[in-house]
Unconditional design. Sequence first.
Length: 371
Amino acid sequence: MNKYLIVGSGISGAVLANLIANKLNEKVLVIDRRNHIAGNCYDYKNEYGITIQKYGAHIFHTNIKEVWDYLSQFTKWNYFYNKVQAVIEGNKVSIPFTLKTLRELFSNNMSSKLEDKLINYYGYNRKISILDMKNNDDKDIQFLYEYIYENIFKNYTIKQWELKPEEISPETINRVPVIISNDTRYFQDKYQGIPINGYTNLINNILSHKNIELELNTDFKNIKDISKFKKIFYTGAIDEFFDYKYGYLEYRSLKFDTYTLDKEYYQNTAVTNYPNDYDFTRIIEHKYFLDEHSDRTTISVEYPQKFELGKNERYYTVNDKKSNELYQKYIDESKHIDNLHFLGRLGDYKYYNIDSAVNRSMLLFKELLYK
């Protein structure tokens, strides 16, 4: 008999299931209402041998050695640094904003002057928020703040969130820093890469344990007797679990238009952002992620959308005051159900990167089960 039930076969549920199966030698049932494992990390090869990340770009990056070492048991890595470009005033420049971006956008004299001031005020090899620049009285720093805000940050944020930057949480704003160095990598973490056979293969390997039973196309609502399980771990949306008793939590969604083109490459990097032009935010060219070779290429054009139940998928939590207060009501409600625990982006209502989701599962396992 399965002692543990895990709802969701994404990275959070898969890691927890593996830890229970392996370290406790206990039986685990993992269910997922989709017809595939891996959640929004799901990828597949198309007819041209290109691995398609169906639900958008996922580049693994972490400074947590324990997380890197754990996942490395189940995959080898394509060591990949994400180098993003953005179209600004018709020119493709490096993103996030670095000293290199300065030189790409401004004349030699102007970029040198601004570079000197940034280093003088903030130091070299520092990450700062545009909010730091906003609060600086120097007129040149103020100019640069306004330029970055207007050309790189504001319109992208409005498209992504349907909110102005000042209307969203500082935590979200700080996810897009200004980097005072020449490091053009989108992430600066020590460990970066993409599973060499894709994320679906990675998660399949994590779930491939004799103590794990997997059932796809299975909704939690169809599990008739949950009392037989010692513990239930739910990675779906917490408001849905409680039938929206207190209201709907807000999410942002995405729509992808995916095309295969009769050319070897479409753009010169995996991800190109369009902060100001068009209704989409970015174009992803999939073959770059695993350095795959084909005489054709596949791109995905990414359009942010409001999440609508039954119409699209939940991607990003909207952690404003109203939503966080509503989430707390659901957490308080969950405390009345013995042996029920929520985790993952939707269960915790938190914007996790992949490494944070893995770390959360590892910590929860240690806290509840492996004392």
